[in-house]
Design a protein around this ligand. Sequence first.
Ligand code: S3P
Length: 448
Amino acid sequence: MPAAVVTLKNTENQDRLIIQNPASGLSLQGRIRVPGDKSISHRALMLGAIAQGETTIQGLLLGEDPRSTASCFRAMGAEISELNPEMVRIQGIGLGCLQEPTSVLDAGNSGTTLRLMLGLLASHPGRFFAVTGDSSLRSRPMSRVVKPLQEMGAQIWGRQDGSLAPLAIQGQQLRPIHYHSPIASAQVKSCILLAGLMVEGQTTVTEPALSRDHSERMLRAFGAELSIDPQTNSVTITGSAKLQGQPVIVPGDISSAAFWLVAGAIVPGSELCVENVGINPTRTGILEALERMGADIQMENQRVVAGEPVADLRVRSSALKACEIAGELIPQLIDEIPILAVAAVFAQGTTVIRDAAELRVKESDRIAVMASQLNRMGAKVTERPDGLEITGGTPLIGTDVDSHTDHRIAMSLAIAALNAEGTTTIGRAEAAAISYPDFFQSLIGIIR
Ligand code: S3P
């Protein structure tokens, strides 16, 4: 069978990915190792920086986002070795010892860097910090963390009453609170827990549905005192703890694996094995959703690596059917909705995704962008205020689409292009490097 031609063209620092589908179609075969989990990579760098002694990290994601975290914490005194996936060594500076940086901390495109870091900065009395990010991050809401931090006594200033970066922070001795978060957000939860580390007494966060729990797991592993009430989705941290540097092994990112799971499911005649994928139960909503859609995914070689469950995931192509995705499942697959929308385009019936208004304030408005870009290719996608309605079964036709500089959109459109007739050109495809620098090379490697 003739393979697709995949070309990457770079002009003025922007990549155009061109996927030319052969008339007879293509299939995908092989084994893929996805890069390290982005959420765990950020947390390992941050906790390593504020712990005492040495932290070692194996499997760190080398994407742009963790690079932003590393450079911010280096600027505050942490000794972080050159980043590579084999081994990163951090000499931590100890809790409460972040130094006042001499310049603005730049979180780049990374909401996790900025929001989690704010909890730490706000709780460093007597020190002043200025933080910013790229144009996408400067338009994303920060009030979700600024408000609870202000309740704890934080002093933070920024545009629109402190809700937009750039932000200025004058560190304070904070007080403990019990915060009832209106949204299920691991970034909000983690920000408050990190602030709570430096507060006398107990700080509690309650969320409406369970969000990813990597902070809780890693804080405990580093020696923090933490209690969890699963009945109420509440986490309590006891402040003034000591953190001790640890060895961390980062599993492969299920959010990156999701692209291959959907690709393997929708491209006829495909079989892929995605190795070493983290299957933390707060992240496996994508597996549940794809199972509901009739995808053929087997979990092999299940094991626990450094406190996180891991498996190899084997996917074979199969006929998909529409399903409904809503409620408590949403926080468990929030980053996978763009690629799930691609799966839905190739499923029989109308898939409805609800309760996902959060997608509008991600790296791009992922509801609007996925609807507009998939519709350009001939799909039938309708925007809802809080999600998408996708009627599958219409063939896609290759055309020019654009990532809107959002990494997950770039990769989702590339997977859609594998099943589109003719040639698809994805503008600003370099965005994929935020979370998956080798995505296009891996793609080229599995096309048959
Ligand atoms: C993340 C939490 C999620 C997710 C983001 C990473 C984290 O964001 O979308 O990509 O590492 O804590 P929210 O907390 O805003 O839901």
